[in-house]
Write a protein that binds this ligand. Structure first.
Ligand code: GLN
Length: 486
């Protein structure tokens, strides 16, 4: 196996055994980025010198016996909405084109404490608003399995970087599916933890009540290990949860005997691509063979999830993005007359069309006279969706669903019809509204060779159960994801 093909945990072991050094692995990744990233454009920023210096520092600590964890010395890519001290953080927006944060996001800090080497910052939809990584102000990312197709979004750069072996693993953020859907489109494994598990401190806020940071990696073992490293109780994030346990890797057991798995009929009807459906049904059969109990059931309320999500997410976004005004951060327009005109022009020139659409929609649903009719109604719907999941988890340990209704669309097909693009989030956004964890795992390919992903959903704090089922599926050997780029 070549050095670039190892999973994060495999590489970590080789580094601990002194078979490979962190510097060698970092160089291998940087060479690969230099060779491939003009084509795929997974990164907005690559920090060669910093990465090599960090790798040398980490290697010395490993050799001194100070860093013994599974991710020590392993190079990682970070989504560009996570603040990194001294390193450009743009959120793929012109308005933050020159923003260099003075502090590092807690999740990234946790990785650095564990000896991670940061390669750079990955491309994304502008402020994480989108499903294709085409709304980035810095150009599109291409799907490593077929460069005419999108990588998904909004964490498309992170997912594509993992698929193209341009990093060993990456961090993404998931407000409505932005870790799970690009993972599915790129044939990699991604996890959105229970809301509050990973500190949002230093994550540039989109929809604060929905945002969660999580891992994108080559397999379930890596995801569990990364989650164990980034999750922490953090008083700097008022929504951070003090969990009873931060042990996720104990879930890595090949045993689903007696596990009750529900398949919501509402997720398998009209709109779901036949090849995606067939692939998920194959997974269900495999898990059944291994002793799981599979049943269909009605989840309900699915048709209300998208409107509720887009009202709540946009309302929060309109408030969160008010801080970008040409004064405190980033871009300021060249010519203006007075303060008010400066705000207006900086924002008009700095934000892209999708972000503006959402700020306008969000401001509208929060405005007096419409607040009750839209925002409050959406919050009530959110509560009902949570109840529907609570009911489902009285009977089932896990919900088995597709990650997305189709495989990755072609570049340029989605942006012309934003409403259609929003509908593609149908299977992922409910998990954010309910705050529950979700794990996306590659399970097949369609006739065009594009990856198909499944999604496992569990009740709050039940990541271990998802990890167990996902790991058991991987061990079945029914589907082994292929390398996207030789
Ligand atoms: N596609 C969804 C949106 O545009 C989800 C994005 C995300 O999870 N950040 O809002």
């Amino acid at each position: 196996m070549s050095i670039i093909e190892y999973s994060a945990v495999e590489l970590g072991k080789k580094i601990q055994n002194r078979e490979i050094s962190s510097v060698e692995a970092t160089k291998a990744m940087l060479e690969r980025i230099a060779r491939l990233d003009d084509t795929y454009h997974c990164y907005i920023t690559v920090e060669e010198e910093k990465a090599l210096a960090q790798a040398a520092r980490v290697q010395a600590e490993i050799e001194a016996g100070k860093l013994t964890g599974p991710l020590a010395g392993v190079p990682v890519a970070i989504k560009d909405n996570l603040c990194t001290k001294g390193m450009l953080t743009t959120c793929a927006s012109k308005i933050l084109y020159n923003f260099v944060p003075g502090y590092t996001a807690e999740a990234v800090l946790n990785l650095e404490k564990a000896g991670a080497v940061i390669l750079g910052k990955t491309n994304m939809d502008e402020f994480a608003m989108g499903s294709t990584t085409e709304t980035s102000a810095f150009g599109v990312t291409r799907n490593p399995h077929n460069k005419d197709h999108v990588p998904g979004g909004s964490s498309g750069g992170s997912a594509a970087a993992v698929a193209a072996n341009e990093c060993y693993y990456a961090l993404g953020s998931d407000t409505g599916g932005s870790i799970r859907q690009p993972s599915a489109f790129c044939g990699v494994t991604g996890m959105k933890p229970t809301y509050g598990t990973v500190s949002r401190y230093g994550l540039v806020a989109y929809g604060s009540s929905l945002d969660q940071i999580g891992p994108i990696a080559k397999n379930v073992t890596d995801c569990a290990t990364i989650l164990e490293t980034i999750a922490s109780y953090d008083p700097k994030d008022s929504t951070s949860v003090k969990r009873d346990s931060y042990d996720f890797t104990s879930g890595l057991v090949d045993d689903v005997k007696g596990l009750r798995i529900g398949m919501p009929r509402d997720y398998y009807g009209a709109g779901l691509d036949g090849e995606v459906k067939a692939a998920i049904e194959r997974v269900a059969k495999e898990l059944e063979k291994k002793g799981a109990i599979i049943e269909e059931f009605d989840l309900g309320l699915v048709e209300y999830a998208i409107p509720a999500y887009y009202v709540i997410a946009d309302a929060e976004a309109s408030s969160n993005l008010a801080r970008f005004d040409g004064v405190k951060y980033g871009y300021r327009c060249k010519n203006y007359e007075g303060l008010h005109n400066m705000y207006k022009k900086s924002r008009s020139e700095g934000f892209g069309p999708e972000v503006k659409r959402r700020i306008m929609l969000g401001s509208f649903v929060l405005s007096s006279g419409y607040y009750d009719a839209y925002y409050l109604k959406a919050l009530r719907t959110k509560a009902l969706i949570k109840q529907a999941f609570d009911r489902a988890f009285e009977t089932y340990d896990i919900i088995l669903a597709p990650a997305a209704p189709t495989t990755a669309p072609k570049l340029g097909e989605s942006l012309s019809d934003p409403l259609k693009m929003y509908l593609g989030d149908i299977y992922t956004i409910s998990a954010n509204l309910a705050g529950i964890p979700g794990l996306s795992i590659p399970v097949g390919r369609d006739s065009k060779g594009l990856p198909i992903g499944m999604q496992l959903l569990g009740d709050c704090f039940k990541e271990q159960t998802l990890i167990r089922a996902g790991y058991a599926f991987e061990q079945s050997g029914v589907f082994t994801p292929a390398v996207a780029v030789e």
